[in-house]
Structure formats: structure tokens, C-alpha cells
Design a protein around this ligand. Structure first.
Ligand code: BGC
Length: 396
């Protein structure tokens, strides 16, 4: 079999992946063993009328940002201040610790907090967190090759609060901790009430959905799905990763890994160093901006990206199967992340897989880019928590 064929998936395989994904959600929902963590967000859908000024902090896979956001209902949103930095690579390593990491985060928050301060803070933290309420939760495990010591098993917002206090910011109050998938869903749902699914296709991969039975958004941690065929390069990548056997879907579809998968399949002596090729390179090769690679090598890059998009599309089809929405009900899927926005063939591949797997139903499904999760989505989450805490009637 040629290398490119090892990255091809048949329609039958994609259908099976969607069915397995649905079955795994059912197992998780019924308290049976599942590859999905099914983490509760303690957040419902917004009405679109939530208002207020909030600090939104975003700690993702590659970047971190802090913003001061004002919600005025519907499309009336202002970003008053914003700062962004790359997460320093040395802070992701096991010889860095929680205090060092959260100090850097708190220093960034200080830049958007005004002298009067006092704004509730919403923390979008893009890693698996097991929550006991909307504001408190412990990091279950690191993903995306992070390994900072002293964070797993700890309450994430307590670490943040301690760091804020050490910098004298006792007027900044974390009120909500949420996944980036949940934030993406909330941002889209703030203006489009048909949004039932939020997903990230960036450095990492994950999906959340609205569970109408419990009136709560559930974070699947779908990057850990593992019911799909894998080839020898997937196995090599997994074995050399920081979390072998875990996050198997993520390792086939996410930006942290696609460049490495390409490098392993390419097997060229001049690229012998792990992670020597990044995912941006795949984008440049496919779009013809990097012409150092042969036609066959370009074809390999294309097949890796197409497989990634098909797998993501099949997983969305699985979530839709589980949601079992009425046949002609509109359903929006909001997606954020650099791969979805920028990687050639990626968004298109997700859509064509959904078209194939959902048949007639596909015309009622809208997949679209939503990149305001960590700003608007986070602020909406804070507003929802504030409304619940004040025992106020939700605006209707
Ligand atoms: C994390 C998820 C996150 C996703 C996208 C994954 O590695 O486990 O919590 O939502 O990346 O950022």
C-alpha cells in the first residue's frame, strides 16, 4: 500500500466512526465507561440579552489573551482593551511550576484591569477540567504536550486567584471557568439560537454540545476519541508523545500534531528531529507557497489534512446523531481555531463529510467560523453566572 493510501478513509469507515462517536456519548451520558470525559460546564444557553462588563482571560494551546469586554445584548459588543502573548514554551515544560505559570497569566490580566478594577473575570482554560460548579474545577490532565508541574489535580481558578492576590489584584474576581469549546458555543448562541455544538480545530481539538435534558453545555473532550483506524505513523507519534494512548483523535486532527505526522510519514533524513516540521508548513505546501517538496510529498500533505477534516466531520455527525434533533430543525455548529480558519481543504473537508454522512439532513446544518469564544463567549458565561448568583430572573 502506498503511503498516501494509509491516510485514506472509506465512506463505510466514516459512517462507523460517526456511529461509534454517538454510542460513546450515550455510554458517557449513562454513566458507563466512555472515551469521552463528558465534563459538565454548569452553563446553559444564553438568551442573547445578557449584558455587563467583564474581564475575559483566555489560556489556550499556543497563545494567551486578556480582554475587557462589554456586552450590550445581541450583536452590540465592545472590546475595550485587549492584550495577547505567545505562551512561553519554557512554562509548558515539567521543570516549570504552577506558580510561575499563573504569575505570568496574572501579569497579563493586570494590563487590562483598570484602576477601578472590580470586574468579574471569566477564565477560558483550554484543557480538561472536572468542575463542581461553574467556577471551580480541577485540571484532570494536561494535553497538547503541556507538562507544567503542580497544576494537574489543582483547582485552576484558585491558582489564578492566588496569583492575582500576590500581585495585589484583590478586586479581580474569577467567577467562571470554561472550556474554549463551551466559550465558542456560547459566543455563537448569543446571536444564533440554533447553535447546539461548539468546537475547536486549532492547536488542539475538542467539541461541546448543548444537552437539552439537563439544560447544560457538556464538554466532550472529544480529542480522546479512539474508535478509528490508525496507521504506523499514528502509532509512532502516539508512542513518542507526552501522553501515549490518550488523545488519539487529537493526534490525527490537530495543529500540534499534523506537521509531526507529515514528518514521520515523509521519513526524510534532513528532517530527523521530532517536531522539526510544523503544521504551518503543511498549509504552505498545499497552497503552493512552499515549493521545496515533490508532487508526491504534496499529495501526502493533502491526504493527512483531508483525513483530519473527515475525522472531525464524522465526529460532528456522531454528535448530531446523538442530539437527534428534529428532521428539519436548523442546527448550527460553531468552530474556532487556526486549522478551521486557515488550513486549505480543512473546513471544506468537514463540510463534505457532513454532506455525505447526513444526507438530506445536511441542508439544515450550518458549520461556520466563530472566533469570539474567548472574548464574547467568556463574557456571556460570566453574565450567566452573575445572573444565577444574584438569583435574578434571566432576561427573556
Ligand atoms: C484540550 C481541550 C481543548 C482542546 C482545544 C485539547 O487538547 O484537552 O480541553 O478544548 O484542546 O483547545
Amino acid at each position: 500500500m502506498c503511503i498516501v493510501d494509509k491516510f485514506k478513509l472509506s465512506q463505510i469507515e466514516l459512517r462507523q466512526i460517526a456511529a461509534d462517536c454517538c454510542r460513546q456519548i450515550e455510554c458517557g451520558a449513562n454513566g458507563q465507561p466512555s472515551c469521552f470525559k463528558m465534563l459538565q460546564s454548569y452553563l446553559p444557553l444564553p438568551t442573547g440579552k445578557e449584558v455587563g462588563r467583564y474581564i475575559a482571560l483566555d489560556f489556550g494551546g499556543t497563545n494567551m489573551r486578556a480582554l475587557l469586554v462589554e456586552l450590550n445584548g445581541g450583536a452590540h459588543i465592545s472590546i475595550i482593551k485587549s492584550v495577547a502573548h505567545k505562551i512561553p514554551v519554557q512554562l509548558m515544560k515539567s521543570n516549570a511550576n504552577a506558580q510561575q505559570l499563573f504569575e505570568v497569566i496574572a501579569m497579563m490580566v493586570a494590563k487590562v484591569a483598570t484602576e477601578q478594577g472590580g470586574y468579574p473575570l471569566a477564565h477560558t482554560f483550554s484543557f480538561p477540567v472536572s468542575q463542581i460548579n461553574a467556577n471551580q474545577g480541577v485540571l484532570v490532565e494536561w494535553t497538547k504536550e503541556f507538562a507544567t508541574a503542580g497544576v494537574v489535580g489543582q483547582c485552576v481558578n484558585t491558582l489564578l486567584e492566588q496569583a492575582l492576590l500576590l500581585l495585589g489584584m484583590d478586586n479581580i474576581r474569577p467567577v467562571v471557568l470554561l472550556s474554549d469549546t463551551v466559550a465558542t458555543l456560547l459566543a455563537a448562541a448569543y446571536t444564533d439560537s440554533n447553535t447546539l455544538i461548539g468546537s475547536i480545530c486549532g492547536t488542539g481539538h475538542n467539541t461541546a454540545f448543548y444537552d437539552r435534558n439537563h439544560n447544560m453545555i457538556i464538554n466532550l473532550e472529544s480529542g480522546n476519541f479512539n474508535f478509528m483506524p490508525s496507521n504506523e505513523y499514528d502509532l509512532q507519534l502516539d508512542a513518542a508523545s507526552s501522553n501515549p494512548g490518550r488523545q488519539r483523535l487529537e493526534k490525527m486532527v490537530a495543529g500540534r500534531y499534523l506537521g509531526e505526522l507529515f514528518r514521520l510519514a515523509l521519513a526524510r533524513a534532513d528532517f530527523s528531529e521530532p517536531f522539526a516540521l510544523d503544521t504551518q508548513l503543511l498549509s504552505d505546501i498545499i497552497s503552493g507557497q512552499d515549493i521545496r517538496f515533490s508532487v508526491a510529498e504534496r499529495e501526502l500533505a493533502v491526504s493527512i489534512v483531508q483525513r483530519a477534516a473527515s475525522l472531525v466531520g464524522a465526529s460532528y455527525a456522531g454528535v448530531l446523531l446523538y442530539l437527534n434533533v428534529d428532521k428539519e430543525q436548523l442546527c448550527s455548529i460553531a468552530v474556532d481555531g487556526s486549522l478551521y480558519e486557515k488550513m486549505p481543504l480543512y473546513a471544506q473537508g468537514i463540510q463534505s463529510t457532513l454532506d455525505i454522512l447526513c444526507g438530506e439532513r445536511a441542508k439544515y446544518i450550518r458549520v461556520f467560523a466563530e472566533n469570539r469564544g474567548s472574548s464574547v463567549g467568556a463574557a456571556v458565561a460570566a453574565a450567566l453566572v452573575e445572573i444565577a448568583a444574584q438569583g435574578k430572573e434571566r432576561p427573556c
